[in-house]
Write a protein that binds this ligand. Sequence first.
Ligand SMILES: [Zn+2]
Length: 264
Amino acid sequence: MNCTEFHDCACEVVDRRLSDDRTKELLQHAQVCPHCRYELQALAAAKQAVHDKVPMVSVPASLYYSILDRTVHRSGLSWFSRLFGVRLNPVIAVTALLTVAVGVYSLLNPYATVSDDANIIRQSLSNYQAVIGGAIKPQMVGESDRVRTFLEQGVAFDVNVPRMKDCNSCAGVLSDFNGVKLAHVVYQIGDDIVYIYQADMSEAMKGERIGLPEKAKDELTRTDWYIEENPDGRTVVLWKYKNTLCAAVSGMKKSELLSLLTKR
Ligand SMILES: [Zn+2]
Protein backbone atom coordinates (compact mmCIF):
# COMPACT_ATOMS: atom_id res chain seq x y z
CA MET A 1 0.00 0.00 0.00
CA ASN A 2 1.37 3.38 -0.94
CA CYS A 3 -0.03 6.90 -0.70
CA THR A 4 -1.17 7.02 -4.34
CA GLU A 5 -3.14 3.85 -3.93
CA PHE A 6 -4.65 5.18 -0.73
CA HIS A 7 -5.56 8.46 -2.39
CA ASP A 8 -7.38 6.63 -5.21
CA CYS A 9 -9.54 4.71 -2.73
CA ALA A 10 -10.03 7.28 0.03
CA CYS A 11 -13.52 8.30 -1.12
CA GLU A 12 -14.61 4.69 -1.32
CA VAL A 13 -13.49 4.15 2.28
CA VAL A 14 -15.44 7.17 3.49
CA ASP A 15 -18.51 5.98 1.57
CA ARG A 16 -18.04 2.45 2.96
CA ARG A 17 -18.08 0.90 -0.47
CA LEU A 18 -15.18 -1.50 -0.07
CA SER A 19 -14.90 -4.98 1.33
CA ASP A 20 -13.91 -5.39 4.99
CA ASP A 21 -10.45 -6.63 4.03
CA ARG A 22 -9.77 -3.81 1.62
CA THR A 23 -11.05 -1.22 4.10
CA LYS A 24 -8.84 -2.64 6.83
CA GLU A 25 -5.81 -2.53 4.56
CA LEU A 26 -6.45 1.13 3.74
CA LEU A 27 -7.12 2.11 7.34
CA GLN A 28 -3.89 0.43 8.40
CA HIS A 29 -2.01 2.66 5.98
CA ALA A 30 -3.80 5.72 7.39
CA GLN A 31 -2.67 4.71 10.87
CA VAL A 32 0.98 4.83 9.95
CA CYS A 33 0.89 7.65 7.39
CA PRO A 34 -0.06 11.08 8.81
CA HIS A 35 -0.59 12.56 5.36
CA CYS A 36 -3.17 9.97 4.36
CA ARG A 37 -4.77 10.03 7.80
CA TYR A 38 -5.31 13.74 7.36
CA GLU A 39 -6.80 13.19 3.89
CA LEU A 40 -9.21 10.62 5.27
CA GLN A 41 -10.27 12.89 8.14
CA ALA A 42 -10.75 15.81 5.77
CA LEU A 43 -12.90 13.73 3.41
CA ALA A 44 -15.01 12.38 6.26
CA ALA A 45 -15.50 15.91 7.62
CA ALA A 46 -16.43 17.20 4.16
CA LYS A 47 -18.92 14.41 3.70
CA GLN A 48 -20.48 15.12 7.08
CA ALA A 49 -20.70 18.85 6.30
CA VAL A 50 -22.40 18.18 2.98
CA HIS A 51 -24.73 15.74 4.68
CA ASP A 52 -25.65 18.29 7.37
CA LYS A 53 -25.97 21.41 5.27
CA VAL A 54 -26.92 20.54 1.72
CA PRO A 55 -30.40 19.33 0.86
CA MET A 56 -30.53 16.20 -1.33
CA VAL A 57 -32.02 16.62 -4.78
CA SER A 58 -32.46 14.09 -7.54
CA VAL A 59 -30.68 14.70 -10.80
CA PRO A 60 -31.36 13.11 -14.17
CA ALA A 61 -29.41 9.89 -14.70
CA SER A 62 -27.61 11.36 -17.71
CA LEU A 63 -26.21 14.20 -15.60
CA TYR A 64 -25.16 11.81 -12.87
CA TYR A 65 -23.22 9.64 -15.28
CA SER A 66 -21.62 12.53 -17.10
CA ILE A 67 -20.32 13.86 -13.76
CA LEU A 68 -18.98 10.43 -12.90
CA ASP A 69 -17.39 10.12 -16.29
CA ARG A 70 -15.58 13.40 -15.92
CA THR A 71 -14.42 12.91 -12.36
CA VAL A 72 -13.88 9.27 -11.52
CA HIS A 73 -13.04 8.06 -14.98
CA ARG A 74 -10.60 10.86 -15.70
CA SER A 75 -8.14 9.36 -13.24
CA GLY A 76 -7.53 6.81 -16.00
CA LEU A 77 -7.48 3.89 -13.58
CA SER A 78 -9.79 0.99 -14.03
CA TRP A 79 -12.23 0.41 -11.21
CA PHE A 80 -10.75 -3.03 -10.76
CA SER A 81 -7.38 -1.67 -9.79
CA ARG A 82 -8.87 1.22 -7.82
CA LEU A 83 -11.01 -1.06 -5.73
CA PHE A 84 -8.99 -4.15 -5.33
CA GLY A 85 -5.46 -2.88 -5.39
CA VAL A 86 -2.60 -3.95 -7.57
CA ARG A 87 -2.30 -7.38 -6.01
CA LEU A 88 -5.54 -8.52 -7.61
CA ASN A 89 -5.25 -11.86 -9.28
CA PRO A 90 -8.46 -12.12 -11.27
CA VAL A 91 -8.42 -15.88 -11.01
CA ILE A 92 -8.50 -16.07 -7.25
CA ALA A 93 -9.83 -12.75 -6.05
CA VAL A 94 -13.28 -13.14 -4.64
CA THR A 95 -14.69 -10.10 -2.97
CA ALA A 96 -18.14 -9.43 -1.73
CA LEU A 97 -18.66 -5.72 -1.28
CA LEU A 98 -20.85 -4.39 1.48
CA THR A 99 -23.03 -2.32 -0.75
CA VAL A 100 -23.32 -1.32 -4.34
CA ALA A 101 -22.87 2.40 -4.85
CA VAL A 102 -25.88 4.57 -4.24
CA GLY A 103 -27.43 6.52 -7.04
CA VAL A 104 -27.17 3.91 -9.74
CA TYR A 105 -30.35 4.93 -11.36
CA SER A 106 -31.59 2.03 -13.40
CA LEU A 107 -30.10 -0.64 -11.19
CA LEU A 108 -31.28 0.47 -7.84
CA ASN A 109 -34.37 2.59 -8.12
CA PRO A 110 -37.08 0.05 -7.28
CA TYR A 111 -39.87 2.60 -7.65
CA ALA A 112 -39.12 3.71 -11.18
CA THR A 113 -42.18 3.40 -13.37
CA VAL A 114 -42.29 1.08 -16.34
CA SER A 115 -41.47 3.37 -19.20
CA ASP A 116 -38.20 4.51 -20.62
CA ASP A 117 -36.52 3.45 -17.40
CA ALA A 118 -37.72 -0.11 -17.89
CA ASN A 119 -36.34 -0.26 -21.42
CA ILE A 120 -33.62 -2.91 -21.31
CA ILE A 121 -31.54 -1.20 -23.99
CA ARG A 122 -31.59 2.06 -22.07
CA GLN A 123 -30.78 0.30 -18.83
CA SER A 124 -27.89 -1.52 -20.44
CA LEU A 125 -26.41 1.69 -21.83
CA SER A 126 -26.79 3.46 -18.47
CA ASN A 127 -25.28 0.56 -16.60
CA TYR A 128 -22.35 0.36 -18.99
CA GLN A 129 -21.76 4.06 -18.36
CA ALA A 130 -22.05 3.50 -14.61
CA VAL A 131 -19.55 0.65 -14.76
CA ILE A 132 -17.06 2.85 -16.59
CA GLY A 133 -17.71 5.68 -14.15
CA GLY A 134 -17.17 3.38 -11.20
CA ALA A 135 -20.72 3.69 -9.83
CA ILE A 136 -21.45 -0.01 -10.27
CA LYS A 137 -19.08 -2.04 -8.17
CA PRO A 138 -18.46 -5.74 -8.69
CA GLN A 139 -19.81 -8.09 -6.03
CA MET A 140 -17.69 -10.94 -7.31
CA VAL A 141 -14.47 -10.89 -9.28
CA GLY A 142 -13.06 -14.15 -10.53
CA GLU A 143 -12.79 -16.55 -13.39
CA SER A 144 -15.89 -16.88 -15.55
CA ASP A 145 -17.15 -20.13 -14.01
CA ARG A 146 -17.06 -18.72 -10.50
CA VAL A 147 -18.78 -15.54 -11.58
CA ARG A 148 -21.50 -17.63 -13.26
CA THR A 149 -22.00 -19.79 -10.15
CA PHE A 150 -22.26 -16.68 -7.99
CA LEU A 151 -24.81 -15.04 -10.30
CA GLU A 152 -26.93 -18.17 -10.75
CA GLN A 153 -27.48 -18.29 -6.99
CA GLY A 154 -29.39 -15.02 -7.27
CA VAL A 155 -31.52 -15.50 -10.38
CA ALA A 156 -33.87 -18.13 -11.80
CA PHE A 157 -32.49 -18.13 -15.36
CA ASP A 158 -29.28 -19.51 -16.89
CA VAL A 159 -26.48 -16.98 -16.67
CA ASN A 160 -24.15 -16.64 -19.62
CA VAL A 161 -20.53 -15.88 -18.71
CA PRO A 162 -18.63 -16.72 -21.89
CA ARG A 163 -14.86 -17.08 -21.62
CA MET A 164 -13.27 -14.25 -23.52
CA LYS A 165 -9.89 -14.11 -25.09
CA ASP A 166 -7.41 -11.64 -23.56
CA CYS A 167 -9.73 -10.92 -20.66
CA ASN A 168 -7.95 -9.23 -17.72
CA SER A 169 -10.84 -9.38 -15.32
CA CYS A 170 -14.36 -10.71 -15.09
CA ALA A 171 -16.88 -9.52 -12.51
CA GLY A 172 -20.49 -10.10 -11.57
CA VAL A 173 -23.23 -8.02 -9.96
CA LEU A 174 -26.78 -9.00 -8.97
CA SER A 175 -29.60 -6.49 -8.78
CA ASP A 176 -33.32 -6.07 -8.75
CA PHE A 177 -35.40 -3.76 -10.92
CA ASN A 178 -39.16 -3.42 -10.37
CA GLY A 179 -38.97 -6.76 -8.56
CA VAL A 180 -37.21 -8.43 -11.53
CA LYS A 181 -33.93 -10.14 -10.70
CA LEU A 182 -31.07 -9.18 -12.99
CA ALA A 183 -27.53 -10.44 -13.46
CA HIS A 184 -24.70 -8.30 -14.80
CA VAL A 185 -21.34 -9.45 -16.09
CA VAL A 186 -18.43 -7.12 -16.76
CA TYR A 187 -15.22 -7.93 -18.60
CA GLN A 188 -12.13 -5.87 -18.85
CA ILE A 189 -10.37 -6.74 -22.08
CA GLY A 190 -7.27 -4.63 -22.57
CA ASP A 191 -8.54 -1.07 -22.37
CA ASP A 192 -12.08 -2.07 -23.29
CA ILE A 193 -15.01 -2.86 -21.06
CA VAL A 194 -17.70 -5.28 -22.17
CA TYR A 195 -20.85 -5.22 -20.06
CA ILE A 196 -23.59 -7.87 -20.36
CA TYR A 197 -27.05 -7.32 -18.87
CA GLN A 198 -29.04 -10.51 -18.34
CA ALA A 199 -32.69 -11.08 -17.56
CA ASP A 200 -35.37 -13.70 -17.94
CA MET A 201 -36.39 -13.79 -21.61
CA SER A 202 -40.12 -14.18 -21.00
CA GLU A 203 -40.11 -11.30 -18.52
CA ALA A 204 -38.42 -9.10 -21.14
CA MET A 205 -40.87 -10.16 -23.85
CA LYS A 206 -43.91 -9.69 -21.60
CA GLY A 207 -42.81 -6.09 -21.10
CA GLU A 208 -44.62 -5.39 -17.86
CA ARG A 209 -41.75 -4.63 -15.47
CA ILE A 210 -38.86 -4.54 -17.92
CA GLY A 211 -39.29 -4.35 -21.66
CA LEU A 212 -37.95 -3.82 -25.15
CA PRO A 213 -38.91 -1.63 -28.09
CA GLU A 214 -41.13 -3.47 -30.62
CA LYS A 215 -38.39 -3.39 -33.26
CA ALA A 216 -35.97 -5.24 -30.98
CA LYS A 217 -38.63 -7.77 -29.96
CA ASP A 218 -39.47 -8.53 -33.58
CA GLU A 219 -35.84 -9.02 -34.55
CA LEU A 220 -35.14 -11.20 -31.53
CA THR A 221 -38.15 -13.39 -32.26
CA ARG A 222 -37.14 -13.78 -35.89
CA THR A 223 -33.36 -14.15 -35.62
CA ASP A 224 -32.46 -14.45 -31.88
CA TRP A 225 -30.27 -11.33 -32.36
CA TYR A 226 -30.70 -7.57 -32.38
CA ILE A 227 -27.93 -4.98 -32.85
CA GLU A 228 -28.09 -1.26 -32.27
CA GLU A 229 -25.24 1.14 -32.96
CA ASN A 230 -25.26 4.44 -31.11
CA PRO A 231 -23.93 7.65 -32.64
CA ASP A 232 -21.55 8.00 -29.67
CA GLY A 233 -19.79 4.78 -30.63
CA ARG A 234 -21.37 2.42 -28.14
CA THR A 235 -22.81 -0.77 -29.58
CA VAL A 236 -25.62 -2.79 -28.01
CA VAL A 237 -26.01 -6.44 -28.97
CA LEU A 238 -29.05 -8.37 -27.79
CA TRP A 239 -29.32 -12.12 -28.12
CA LYS A 240 -31.10 -15.13 -26.76
CA TYR A 241 -29.17 -17.61 -24.62
CA LYS A 242 -31.34 -20.54 -23.45
CA ASN A 243 -34.14 -18.84 -21.45
CA THR A 244 -32.09 -15.69 -20.97
CA LEU A 245 -31.98 -12.35 -22.71
CA CYS A 246 -28.44 -10.99 -22.90
CA ALA A 247 -27.65 -7.39 -23.78
CA ALA A 248 -23.97 -6.60 -24.30
CA VAL A 249 -22.68 -3.03 -24.45
CA SER A 250 -19.21 -1.91 -25.36
CA GLY A 251 -17.37 0.99 -26.87
CA MET A 252 -15.35 -1.38 -29.05
CA LYS A 253 -16.07 -1.71 -32.76
CA LYS A 254 -19.24 -3.59 -33.66
CA SER A 255 -17.34 -6.24 -35.59
CA GLU A 256 -14.91 -6.82 -32.71
CA LEU A 257 -17.70 -7.09 -30.17
CA LEU A 258 -19.67 -9.50 -32.32
CA SER A 259 -16.67 -11.71 -32.91
CA LEU A 260 -16.00 -11.83 -29.15
CA LEU A 261 -19.61 -12.76 -28.42
CA THR A 262 -19.97 -15.38 -31.09
CA LYS A 263 -16.62 -17.11 -30.61
CA ARG A 264 -16.91 -20.54 -29.06
ZN1 LIG B 1 0.12 7.62 2.77
